[in-house]
Write a protein that binds this ligand. Sequence first.
Ligand SMILES: C[S@@+](CC[C@H](N)C(=O)[O-])C[C@H]1O[C@@H](n2cnc3c(N)ncnc32)[C@H](O)[C@@H]1O
Length: 244
Amino acid sequence: MSATSCETQQIITLYSDLALNPHKDFGWDKGIENARNQGYKEEWIEQLPVGLWDYCAAVGNPFLLGEFPIGSTVLDLGCGAGVDVCVAAMLVGESAKVIGVDITPLMVETARRHAQEAKLYNIQILEATLESLPLEDNSIDIIISNGAITLTSSKEKVFAEAFRVLRGGGKLYFVDMIKRSDIEVSACCAQDSWADCVAGTLEEGCLLAQITGAGFSDAQCMGHTGYTTSASTIGATFRAVKKG
Ligand SMILES: C[S@@+](CC[C@H](N)C(=O)[O-])C[C@H]1O[C@@H](n2cnc3c(N)ncnc32)[C@H](O)[C@@H]1O
């Protein structure tokens, strides 16, 4: 199943609304309590501008999935308002570059503003699609993503692009919504929203097959995050490596 151009427009409309109205109730968890529930450290919450956390639409915590050594170049796929790029920039240090990519122009603007407010000048935010990254081959050490890959028009293309831009030995740590395999999915699925991370979700095995199909090794689902967007979905964490 792929997002149509109409669904992509719905995504841009929804996330523009979030960029403009961070306190609005969209029907899914976000904000500072969501960050705390997903295990974002208090020291990060204290060090970054308080307003940044209002926008935290994390469906899990990619920073629990592995090390972020000082000096690593990090790429965040679907960076939204910039919470994870700011955390990554603090972890890898000011000598290292952190790049965020997002399709929604107002989110790009918001993430750039947050990076400036946080005085994290090693962050670069690019307006682009995850299916076609404006980045060189073998240029990134760690790719993270949080609640964005599920929204894309072609997950195969996103994983192929992630594989292309990662250096040999580079890591993919991401969190996303998946379809629960333990419950019967009803016919009402047809009306489920793509933009709210419901209709585009895949089952764990299908997602792992796509990651492996793109060339990654050791692809694993590390567990569930407790985040939900409907009765049929659950947040899940994934890890894989591009063998060097
Ligand atoms: C649920 S939000 C998550 C934002 C952020 N990662 C966070 O944790 O707060 C999903 C983000 O993915 C972006 N997005 C969705 N589809 C995309 C695509 N095809 N290419 C680039 N960005 C995309 C949206 O614009 C939105 O900002």
